[in-house]
Structures are given as structure tokens and as C-alpha cells.
Design a protein around this ligand. Structure first.
Ligand SMILES: [Zn+2]
Length: 386
């Protein structure tokens, strides 16, 4: 049985990668980059399977031993590294490296069990130096059964954990500078710019674009049993990323993490556009610190989408609205604010500024307080001083 769900979309990219692989012209190191949740690591696993396949064509055959092992995440020459929480191991560096390999093995086992599983929120994840040293040791060995080894390094932007030096990145750079001939490296990153330029320059960049809404909706229906109309609604919110769509699905009867943030963002927007300052402050304080930087970025993304929807509603283009279940609340907001479309456009710029601050590691609560004050000045029907 396959542990991996079927790959979806990115047909053009797959076709050109397969052509290059069959012609023996695939570069030894690639960077798959594109929006979060668009399927970069799934495509990396597809390419790894294609390289291992005994009868490759435009696609991996799916039936040979190598393909079956790859689909079960059990192929010995396909090594998938990804960010983990730092284990609390005591002892020397060797013990730490071991603990990290155990953590990776546990996560792989969990993904075999449930390929749709979400990372537990909270603990910061990183790709640490001992993991890269382990990777380099594997890279120096011969393939076990295929012609080559493939290393997939997911979320490579987390190679440089914020609080430490870029030593993990430098260790990876060393192996990319002199890659063993029988090895392919596939890195993935949502933000290619955040990789060290020295690493980026060693990689062939391959850009993945958002999937069509229909493809995302079909995935939800076929893989998650989502009712078709609900799947369509969520697909619009997901902006072409299956990984994001999953975040809107209910989880044990609770709203999914992205759905919860979407609701929170609407409350913030309504609070920011209301006249009394008290309501704004209350709403800002109600936003807890849960989820860390990732959740805060998702909250800003949700706010930005609401503002776009507000602009579309005010401009009389409701067909462009993605939060289709909230047309009434958007219309109410738009009718309350004269010039709502321009104000919303200004609001989107403010959210962009907030995002830049968040990347600069400013405290989320401080950013949010600033953002709400600024949004209020832009969106309020009675701006202060008038
Ligand atoms: Zn095959």
C-alpha cells in the first residue's frame, strides 16, 4: 500500500523534469520553490521516485519494486530530511545527532501512517547542524539499490535557525560544492530569498505555481471526503495550495488552524474599522501568542485576503471575493466605510509592512497593536482629528 497520496498538478514542471532526467541532463542540485503548501516536497518525492524507478518514462512506473518502496517512504536511497523540534538529548554531539535521526525516523513513521498529518503547533522547528552532518555521512556512501541516492531537504529556509549561526547551512554548502557523482540534492523553500546566496547559486531553481482551484477542490473531495461545495469554498481560500486547504478543514470537531485564524482576522478587521478605540484594543488583546511566528504570518495573510475581499465588495466585484461565506459581513463593512475600496488598498499595504516587521523578529503583539492603530486610522468612518 502506498503511504503517499497521488501527486497533483504541476504537470508542466513534471514533464520538463522527466525529459531532463531521461536525457541524463538533470542537474545534481535543484531548488523547488513556490508558495507554502503548494506541494514542493511531494514533487521532490515524485522526482526522487522517478530517479529510482526501474522503468521510468514521463512518470515513474508506479509498479516496480523501487517505485513501491518510494511510495511507502521506505526506499533506502531516497533520504528525506525536514525540520524537526530540537531533541532534549544529553551527552555529546554524537548522542545529539542520534537523537535527531530518531526524531526524523519517528516523523517518517507517522507520515507513513498518516500522510496528511499536520505538524504540532508550538515548538520551533529547524534543520540543525548534526542533521546535515548525518546527511553528509550518508552522501559519502554508495547507493543501496538504485543507481543514485536522492536527498530531499524540505523547508530549507529553516537551515538557519534564528538564534544560531549559519553553521548548518555552511555544512550543507560544503557537500553541494563537491557533490558525490551518484547523488541528487533536491531542496525546497517557500522563500528562496532567505537561503544563503552561496547555497542558492549552487541550485537550479524550479518555480512551482499555485494549482487551479478545481485541482485543490478535487483533492479535498477524493482524499479527505469533503463535500464538493465545501471543497470549492475552501479551495478559493487556499489560493492554489493543497497544504493550505488542509488547514481550513475541521480537526476533531474544532475549526482547522487556518480557519480559526481566518475568523480571528475578520474580527480584527471589524474591530479596526469600528469607531470606539476600546473595542479595537480588546480585539488586539484577545489574540493570544499561540502558534508562534508561523501562525502570526498566517493571520496577516488572512487579514490581507479579507481586505482584498472588502475592496472587491466595495468596487462592486463580488465575484472576486474568496471568503464567499461572509458576503453579508463584507457588504455591511463596505457600506459603513465611504471609499472602502481605497481604504482597503491602503490597509493591504499596512499588512505588508506588518509582515516585513514580523520577518525582522519584532514582537507579534507590538506589530498587531501598531497595525490595528494604523488600520483604524485608515478604515474608521470617523478618523481621529477630523
Ligand atoms: Zn517504477
Amino acid at each position: 500500500m502506498s503511504a503517499l497520496p497521488p501527486i497533483r498538478g504541476h504537470e508542466d514542471v513534471r514533464a520538463s523534469l522527466a525529459r531532463a532526467a531521461l536525457a541524463g541532463e538533470l542537474p545534481g542540485s535543484l531548488l523547488l520553490h513556490g508558495p507554502p503548501g503548494v506541494g514542493k516536497q511531494r514533487l521532490g518525492l515524485w522526482l526522487a521516485q522517478l530517479l529510482a524507478c526501474e522503468r521510468p518514462g514521463g512518470e515513474p512506473c508506479g509498479a516496480c519494486v523501487a517505485c513501491r518502496l518510494a511510495l511507502r517512504l521506505e526506499h533506502p536511497d531516497i533520504l528525506w530530511f525536514f525540520p524537526i523540534a530540537r531533541p532534549k538529548a544529553s551527552g555529546g554531539p554524537d548522542r545529539l545527532a542520534e537523537a535527531m535521526e530518531e526524531a526524523r525516523a519517528e516523523e517518517l513513521a507517522a507520515r507513513r501512517e498518516n500522510p496528511w498529518r499536520r505538524a504540532a503547533p508550538g515548538e520551533p522547528l529547524g534543520l540543525f547542524l548534526p542533521q546535515i552532518q548525518t546527511l553528509r555521512r550518508y552522501a559519502a556512501t554508495r547507493p543501496a539499490m538504485a543507481r543514485r541516492k536522492v536527498f530531499l531537504i524540505g523547508d530549507a529556509e529553516l537551515l538557519v535557525p534564528q538564534e544560531s549561526s549559519p553553521e548548518a547551512a555552511n555544512a550543507l554548502l560544503k557537500v553541494l560544492e563537491e557533490p558525490p557523482a551518484d547523488t541528487t540534492f533536491i531542496l525546497t523553500a517557500s522563500d528562496a530569498e532567505s537561503l544563503l546566496p552561496t547555497i542558492r547559486s549552487r541550485l537550479l531553481p524550479v518555480r512551482l505555481r499555485p494549482l487551479p482551484d478545481e485541482e485543490v477542490a478535487r483533492c479535498l473531495v477524493e482524499e479527505r471526503g469533503t463535500p464538493p461545495r465545501e471543497a470549492e469554498r475552501i479551495a478559493r481560500l487556499a489560493q492554489g495550495a493543497i497544504g493550505r486547504a488542509l488547514g481550513f478543514l475541521p480537526d476533531d470537531g474544532e475549526p482547522g488552524p487556518l480557519e480559526a485564524l481566518r475568523q480571528q482576522a475578520l474580527e480584527l478587521l471589524e474591530a479596526a474599522s469600528a469607531a470606539p478605540a476600546m473595542r479595537r484594543l480588546a480585539a488586539a488583546l484577545a489574540v493570544g501568542p499561540a502558534g508562534g511566528r508561523g501562525a502570526f504570518t498566517d493571520l496577516l495573510e488572512a487579514l490581507s485576503l479579507w481586505l482584498r475581499d472588502l475592496a472587491a465588495t466595495a468596487a462592486g466585484a463580488p465575484e472576486q471575493v474568496v471568503n464567499t461565506d461572509a458576503a453579508d459581513r463584507l457588504a455591511a463593512l463596505a457600506s459603513r466605510l465611504p471609499g472602502a475600496d481605497l481604504a482597503a488598498a491602503n490597509g493591504i499595504r499596512l499588512v505588508e509592512e506588518a509582515r516585513a516587521l514580523a520577518y525582522g523578529n519584532v514582537n507579534p503583539q507590538l506589530i498587531l497593536a501598531w497595525l490595528l492603530r494604523s488600520l483604524h486610522a485608515t478604515l474608521s468612518p470617523t478618523p481621529p482629528g477630523r
